[in-house]
Design a protein. Structure first.
Ligand SMILES: Cc1cc2nc3c(=O)[nH]c(=O)nc-3n(C[C@H](O)[C@H](O)[C@H](O)COP(=O)(O)OP(=O)(O)OC[C@H]3O[C@@H](n4cnc5c(N)ncnc54)[C@H](O)[C@@H]3O)c2cc1C
Length: 401
């Protein structure tokens, strides 16, 4: 009997992670990715809590460690570069803002792709454009007109998921803006990072940051700002760069150099800070995983862990590669929801929203830095550790072996 076929749309983090588990169980797996290859961009993501447990269960932890970035910690700086506060990598037992094991998002994506490309049919430059479901199967139409009958389609195509739009409804129903925008890109290290993640906050809700990369001359830069929803073309990076110029020109620190770098960067990425909230992540033979179903926003720091854990749980609940009757599938997808929902709710709970990341007033900027400094000291340390840095990214992973 032929194994069931699963088509995954999106080869970021969740897609290849799901492909990893399903192909090892014996499913036939096709992954469509709209980009011409694995997208290399992104800043550091930390592998702590359950995300790291999943990577360990994949047997990939040593490969991740080999690519880990050497970092010294995070520091909040003034316009002249002097430091308001520091949080070294050793703070909170290695679980502070910068954790002891962090790798670049692009490295994580590359390791996952490498571990799956021999067993999985990757189709780059390809996307799902239509889905036609019946009781027994779902017929997928791809951008090139190809039609494939498969047993299950999984949208792992990020916060602007095409699969979600086709199977569940328009983006506006599920995507909730949380009051700001964010750009990432590579930039010359004009600040002399020396392994430090530097954050500069300026009145008006501006946050400029630079983090180390593998190349000491290159920083992973970020420009984020508070804002009401803006109207702009999501496919026009030059219009997005202009929005940044209007906010950050003359804002101090290295902002002008960062704007110049953004104008040149070929890995420039701009998006709203937003979360995805859905009452269910399954509709017949279609399911969602990662940011497509439950984006918590980069402010949560949990996007990668959610993607890795979600892929692990979805594959685990689907179980062995036996025929996927509609009843069996519905039961597995219901359990996936049940197991993931409390973890997703916890990760999406951001009480201070964007206010602490990009405060509006100088007084709040000073308070944020003071909080970062004092929370590492007695008597606040144990309270902060419990509230923010202990097991916040963890859930009890079911054992599917
Ligand atoms: C280039 C890039 C850089 C990022 N950098 C950071 C960062 O620095 N910090 C951070 O916190 N988060 C970052 N993220 C988001 C982070 O990767 C996710 O929050 C998290 O890892 C969840 O992963 P995901 O696989 O669900 O989504 P993503 O990692 O966003 O992957 C989704 C994938 O789907 C593909 N895709 C989109 N639309 C379609 C379509 N219609 N058809 C087929 N494929 C499609 C995308 O090209 C992408 O490869 C970045 C995402 C990307 C794509």
């Amino acid at each position: 009997m032929q194994s069931p076929t699963v088509l995954i749309n999106g080869a970021g983090i969740a897609g290849p992670a799901l492909a990893f588990w399903l192909s090892r169980k014996g499913y036939r797996v096709i992954v469509c990715e709209i980009a011409p290859g694995i997208r290399p961009g992104g800043q550091t993501v930390d592998l702590r809590g359950s995300g790291s447990d999943v990577v360990e269960r994949m047997g990939l932890l040593d490969q991740m460690k080999a690519r880990a970035l050497e970092q010294n910690g995070a520091a909040w700086v003034r316009s002249d570069g002097s430091r308001r506060a520091e949080m070294p990598v050793t703070a909170f037992g290695g679980n502070g803002l910068v954790s002891k094991l962090e790798i670049l998002r692009g490295d994580l994506a590359a390791v996952l792709y490498d571990a799956t490309r021999r067993d999985v049919d990757y189709r780059f430059g390809s996307t799902v454009t239509a889905l036609d479901q019946s009781e027994e199967s779902v017929t997928v139409t791809l951008g090139d007109g190809d039609r494939l009958p498969v047993d299950l389609v999984v949208g792992a195509d990020g916060p602007h998921s095409a699969v979600r739009r086709i199977a569940f409804g328009p983006e506006e129903r599920f995507v909730r803006p949380i009051g700001g925008y964010n750009a990432w890109f590579s930039a010359p290290d004009t600040a002399g990072l020396d392994g430090w993640f530097l954050l500069y906050q300026a009145p008006g809700g501006l946050n400029a940051s630079m983090r180390p990369s593998h190349d000491p001359s290159i920083a992973k830069a970020g420009l984020a700002f508070q804002s009401e929803p803006l109207t702009y073309d999501r496919h026009d990076p030059d219009a997005q760069r202009q929005i940044l110029v209007e906010r950050f020109a003359g804002a101090g620190w290295h902002c002008d150099a960062l704007l110049a770098a953004a104008a040149e960067a070929d890995d420039f990425y701009f998006d709203a800070f937003a979360q995805v909230h859905m009452p269910t992540w399954a509709s017949g033979r279609v399911a969602l995983v990662g940011d497509a179903g439950y984006c918590a926003s980069p402010l949560s720091g949990m996007g990668t862990s959610l993607a890795l854990v979600g892929a692990y749980v979805l594959a685990g609940e689907l179980g062995p590669a036996d025929p996927l009757s509609s009843d069996r599938l519905a039961a597995a997808l219901a359990r996936y929801d049940e197991v993931m929902r409390p973890f997703v709710d916890r990760c999406q709970d951001l009480p201070s929203g964007i206010d602490r990341y990009a405060p509006m007033r100088e007084s709040d900027i000073a308070i944020t830095a003071a909080v970062m400094k004092w929370m590492q000291r007695w008597p606040f340390r144990p309270i902060a550790e419990k509230a923010w840095f202990q097991n916040s990214g963890s859930m009890a992973l079911p054992d599917y072996r």
